[in-house]
Design a binder for this molecule. Structure first.
Ligand SMILES: Nc1nc2c(ncn2[C@@H]2O[C@H](COP(=O)(O)OP(=O)(O)O)[C@@H](O)[C@H]2O)c(=O)[nH]1
Ligand SMILES: [Mg+2]
Length: 453
């Protein structure tokens, strides 16, 4: 789901990650890549343009630049804007009406209406303990009514008995009477679709809307059709008062363009995603989770928030300055330890980094001791300035003094010295490859974790 969009956006981000200071020209260059990623993923032109226009002024606002790297800041800004165009907050199905609540399901043929009708009933039963009765108004496609009946039978959902020869309006009246008598909470009407929008279908839907007065009119659209799905939604909206959209076949949709443009173009919120053929393969649409998935970067956003709270820019600059000079002293290390403590400790920082899943297992195996940071801090504090700046002078007797002073032992001191050496090497490698300190952490050599045990 959304894989190809994710790949493309990631490559746009990698551009931002490679630069350390952002000017307008570079912002334009990076944004051009993001815009390209959106367009190639079938996001509509106007939505993509709008997106970039909103993101740009935020990116070149200087204040935000102070606290984090350009790459991290842009992830955050793009994330926020993605959430906005996806619809901000998740929207519930509106059941706020005198029962039986009426829900009309509309859409083109093959978009997944009948399947979704059953999925929705099951969801409402599980989530709200509401009982639904399913009603097929599709008298045109042979066996369409039967299809819904079988779905109902297989999943213990009530369906309205089929009476051959009745027209949609008659069926809908019969359904409302039946549901009122038997005390059903919800009636879900599955309607007939066509392979494309035609006047007769629209007229029939308008008529049904007027007679049934549904609380929800849900358009079921096939996400695989990308931009078409969005155009279809706009067309339906001209005739009936759509209240919600359910996008199906998300399981096969690597692009996600329909999901991204739908809300912005139609003004109608996406409420669910269909993620497969089975009855339970329906997912509530959470804009923030989807944005996170699209960015494909683990919980990068909370990382960025935490980092921007905890880190002070001057300190980072100092460390980076020293890195460039090829020196990474214990004074720098001490600053780093303190920043890491603010960001939730070693595993807190590591577990949120993109791409870190590769080393997750090592992380688990390594069983990082969070008190380690405290001990290391104590050890460094027991060093003289000379020792911190030039660890080479730390001989046997100095180690003993430091161990005593910090309430640890010589083996801990040795481990720290070894770790510092590894880190120095790693930092040198990172600064050569031009990547920022945080991005580079996924490149931490496994030996380092073993050493932390
Ligand atoms: N992979 C996948 N298939 C789906 C999904 N929703 C529906 N389908 C399949 O799409 C086909 C058409 O669905 P149907 O409900 O009959 O569409 P309708 O003509 O709009 O009523 C069926 O084979 C469904 O199993 C979905 O979310 N993912
Ligand atoms: Mg159908």
């Amino acid at each position: 789901m959304f894989e190809s969009l994710t790949d493309k956006i990631e490559s746009a981000f990698s551009f931002f990650n490679r630069i350390t200071r952002l000017d307008e020209k570079q912002a334009d260059e990076g944004l051009r890549k993001i815009r390209q990623a959106l367009l190639e993923s079938d996001v509509s032109l106007s939505v993509a343009k709008d997106f970039i226009n909103k993101v740009k002024p935020k990116i070149i606002g200087q204040e935000v630049l102070k606290s984090v790297t350009p790459g991290q800041m842009i992830v955050k800004i793009v994330f926020d804007e993605l959430v906005t165009i996806l619809g901000d907050e998740k929207k519930e199905i509106n059941l706020n009406a005198v029962p039986p609540v009426k829900i009309l399901v509309v859409g083109l043929q093959g978009s997944g209406k009948t399947t979704t009708t059953a999925k929705l009933a099951k969801y409402l039963e599980k989530q709200y303990s509401k009982k639904s009765i399913l009603v097929s108004l599709d008298i045109y496609r042979p066996a369409a009514q039967k299809q819904l009946e079988v779905l109902g039978q297989n999943n213990s959902i009530k369906t309205l008995p089929i009476i051959e020869g009745q027209f949609p309006l008659e069926i809908s009246r019969r359904a409302i009477n039946a549901a009122s008598l038997s005390g059903e909470d919800i009636i879900i009407f599955d309607t007939a679709g066509r392979t494309q929008i035609d006047q007769q279908m629209m007229l029939e839907l308008k008529q049904l809307e007027n007679n049934i007065q549904p609380t929800e009119i849900i358009l079921v659209a096939d996400s695989l059709t990308g931009q078409d799905a969005v155009n279809i939604a706009s067309e339906f909206k001209k005739t009936v008062s759509l209240t919600s959209i359910i996008l199906t076949r998300i399981d096969g949709d690597g692009k996600g363009g329909a999901a991204l443009s739908m809300k912005a173009v139609t003004g109608c919120p996406i409420k669910f995603l269909g993620t497969g053929e089975a009855i339970n393969e329906i997912e509530v649409f959470h804009p923030d989770r989807i944005a996170n998935r699209i960015l494909g970067m683990g919980d990068v956003v909370s990382l960025v928030e935490k980092v921007s709270e905890g880190l002070e820019q001057e300190k980072i600059e100092e460390i980076e300055e020293n890195l460039k000079k090829g020196s990474f002293t214990f004074t720098d290390y001490l600053k780093q330890i303190r920043q890491m403590k603010k960001a939730g400790g070693m595993s807190g920082v590591l577990s949120m980094l993109p791409g870190v899943s590769k080393i997750k297992k090592q992380l688990d195996d390594s069983n990082i001791d969070e008190t380690l940071l405290l001990k290391q801090e104590a050890i460094i504090l027991s060093m003289t300035k000379k020792e911190r700046d030039n660890p080479k002078v730390i001989d046997g007797s100095r180690k003993k003094r430091i161990a005593n002073g910090s309430g640890t032992d010589i083996s801990m001191v040795n481990k720290l010295l070894k770790q510092h050496k590894m880190m120095t090497n790693m930092m040198k490698r990172m600064s050569k490859s031009g990547r920022g300190a945080l991005e580079g952490m996924e490149g931490i050599p496994p030996e380092l974790f073993n050493n932390l045990k």
